[in-house]
Design a protein around this ligand. Structure first.
Ligand code: SF4
Length: 424
């Protein structure tokens, strides 16, 4: 998303006009994903559909991001309609690709680039919120994950650069920053100057006008006491943690090359809840990993029941060439993986509803977002435990409200994923 926003910024600075529908565009830039089978399929379908516009106004079709980074040679053969493929480390050179200058320069084997506060960027989110990309790449090498290969090794931006970008975003009206990276807890390690997530959060907390910061993607065993204390005590940091655990069985975690045991994960969750009262936890798990037995899957279900996460993403294991787990024996069939995924999702649905109901009657700060699509008489917002785009919302019974303002709201009713609340 942020890569696409940088490409929007670079192109609009060069007097390109950004249009909202592809049929009127003379240049189409399609940013893709390819980390699991479903995202590859979606990206291919998008290329096919954008290629149709080459019969009309579109003079240049450019495909960027993870899919070309991974499959550039195959794509060049399969999609002759595409004029240029741009790797994950080349979004900063999009203008040169649009101008057709670098088509033969395909040196994108090891992506190294990350943008800075000086790179133009157009925030595509509603104007009161934005994503802030702390780093690119990953040094964890989880056995199932292709991301380190397609996005490269860790490269963190400096604290000064991130604070400067945060100030620019706040000047443009942003009050909520959602901090992203492949793994936030590794932020700063490569800089070797003492910068880490705690130092960064403290610096960002000084930015006047910034109201909320939210941490997306933290690795379970790498949250220091200092980090927990800071989340607990700094009012600008949302009491929300997105902590993918992937599994709970030790044999599975070991095969996944996760550097944490089931016991440590359980302890971490207990500690989070003890040190940060009322914290909302989102997590992610993989079902149907090679060799996962029914018993191991049942252990995972038991753990999900006991952990009562506010939000959970359940992924069926995707068999990805180039990952360490590709060569593992005992790959499970798609039917088993889907059955396990559906089972766990149904289980989590019940848990989410119970968790939602348990908060009814609480008074919480809610960030007002917009008029609801459901009715012009309702507004929508999010409390600190609801990340944009992935979690639920709070529907607000109220007249005129102001976008981007925090309101005290009584949560009056829980629906399947959302609340109805009353502005006090
Ligand atoms: S930490 Fe996340 S991005 Fe890094 S290898 Fe593991 S799953 Fe992939």
């Amino acid at each position: 998303m942020v890569d696409a926003e940088v490409m929007l910024g670079l192109t609009s600075r060069e007097n390109f006009q950004i249009v909202s529908t592809p049929d009127s565009a003379s240049v189409i830039v399609l940013n893709t994903c390819s980390f699991i089978e479903a995202s590859k399929r979606e990206s291919i379908e998008a290329i096919l559909s954008m290629a149709e516009y080459k019969k009309g106004n579109c003079e240049r079709l450019i495909v960027t991001g993870c899919l070309p980074q991974r499959y550039k040679a195959d794509l060049k053969v399969s999609f002759p309609e595409v004029d240029a493929f741009v790797g994950t480390g080349q979004y900063g050179q999009i203008l040169e690709f649009i101008a057709g200058k670098r088509e033969e320069d395909f040196g994108f084997t090891h992506p190294k680039y990350i943008h800075s506060e000086h790179t133009p960027r157009i925030n595509s989110q509603p104007s009161h919120r934005a994503y802030l990309k702390l780093s690119e790449g990953c040094i964890k090498n989880c056995a199932f994950c292709i991301i380190p290969k397609i996005r490269g090794t860790l490269r963190s931006r400096t604290i000064e650069s991130l604070v400067a970008e945060a100030k620019q975003l706040v000047t443009g009206g942003v009050v909520e920053l959602n901090l992203i990276a492949q793994d936030l807890t590794d932020y700063g390690r490569d800089l070797r100057n003492g910068s880490d997530l705690v130092a960064l959060l403290k610096a960002l907390a000084q930015v006047d006008g910034l109201t909320w910061m939210r941490l997306l993607y933290v690795y379970p065993d790498e949250m220091s006491d200092d980090l927990l204390d800071l989340i607990a005590t700094e009012p600008k940091i949302c009491k929300y943690i997105d902590m993918p655990v992937q599994h709970i069985n030790d044999r599975m975690l070991h095969l996944m090359n996760r550097k944490v045991s089931g016991e440590q994960i359980r302890e971490r969750i207990q500690t989070l809840r003890k040190r940060i009262p009322g914290v909302s936890i989102r997590s992610t798990v993989i079902v149907g990993y090679p060799g996962e037995t029914e018993e191991e899957f049942n252990q995972l279900c038991g753990f999900i029941e006991e952990s009562r996460f506010d939000h959970l993403g359940v992924f069926a294991y995707s068999h990805e060439e180039g990952t360490a787990s590709f060569a593992l024996p005992d790959q499970l069939d798609e039917k088993t993986k889907e059955r396990r995924r559906n089972h766990l999702m149904r289980l989590q649905q019940q848990i989410s509803q119970q968790v939602l109901k348990s908060r009814v009657g609480q008074m919480v700060p809610v960030l007002v977002e917009d008029v609801s699509e459901e009715s012009e008489f309702l507004w929508k917002g999010r409390h600190q435990g609801q990340a944009p785009d992935i979690d639920g919302i709070v529907l607000l019974r109220s007249g005129q409200l102001e976008r981007g303002k925090i309101q005290s709201v009584m949560l009056e009713q829980a629906m399947e994923y959302d609340y109805i609340g009353r502005v006090l």
